[in-house]
Design a protein around this ligand. Sequence first.
Ligand code: 5AD
Length: 343
Amino acid sequence: MIRPAVHAAMGRIQTGAPQSEDLGLLLCLVDPDEVALLHATACLVRTAYCQGRIALRALVEISSVCRNSCLYCGLNRYNRHASRYMMDEDEILHCVGEAVGQGYRTVVLQSGEDGRSAESIAHMIAQIKRKYPIAITLSLGERSYEDYQLWKRAGADRYLLRVESTDAELYRTLHTDRTLSSRLECLGNLRTLGYQVGSGIMVGVPGQTVSTIAGDIQFFCSNQFDMIGIGPFIPHAETPLAGSPRGDVLLTLNTIAVIRIATKYPWMPATTALGSLNRDYRLDGLLAGANVIMPNFTPSAYKSQYAIYPNKQSETDSAESLEYLARSVGLTIDYGRCDSLLV
Ligand code: 5AD
């Protein structure tokens, strides 16, 4: 039995400016029929606005060094047990070459806020672009307008910077030496510079409530991101949040579905965090409206050192397993660049 209120809320959140109460009601669904309807609706919206494709992005984690101290993250600078590495340009080019050799046309270069010089990153971007016909997505944290501009001019196409929370108070408690306003300024700068911009949140981080998530979703609706990444919070033993419970899987999946229905166009990964729990929930992520998979191309010697949370899924998915995943949800794998679908 689907409650009439659920039908009504699902209709209303498609209008572009969803109400917090409607979002909250849908995020909290647990009845199997209602959940199935929510997720199926998200898949219909995905078919209508994004075609039946799963975009593949090759993820290369280029450095585990970080000067920041986010309370949830295993790479925070106070974790003295974390092992730190920084790949050099040759290693990165080699890795990107592997992904291109396997047919990938997008790489995501991610790292902690390692203080690497803007010029060396620009040089690396230019080298990759000279050699390979691919889109480059950066995920290197907060930097100045000038750095972002330099990298855009060198050929970077996209940037991922999760907002983490749009609640200023919660943001402050999670990032003792950062503010929401500087995060928003970075996101604005990236947009101004012409990047395709991705954002997102973790679900279940301590202090977050359903109404905070609803507020984040309203932010995603009014800002029209090209990409939105949503994953469960997973506590890391060497952080101040070690004893906190992990994010709820169903709430994470409902969040993906509600964002898909409300924002329609963004590329949304079935995140690595969803694949790193007691089983691989990335399939469930796709069934809730996600449409991106990011196989890990970090060299195996470094993979285990990039421990933002424990037991991080880091196998490079084989072409066969990706095809299987796509087939089982009725989608096809797209190895192309898969640029923004926003008009
Ligand atoms: N659990 C889940 N996700 C995490 N991230 C960082 N630490 C954790 C954790 N403990 C996410 C953040 C960041 C992204 C790269 O990884 O949202 O933006």
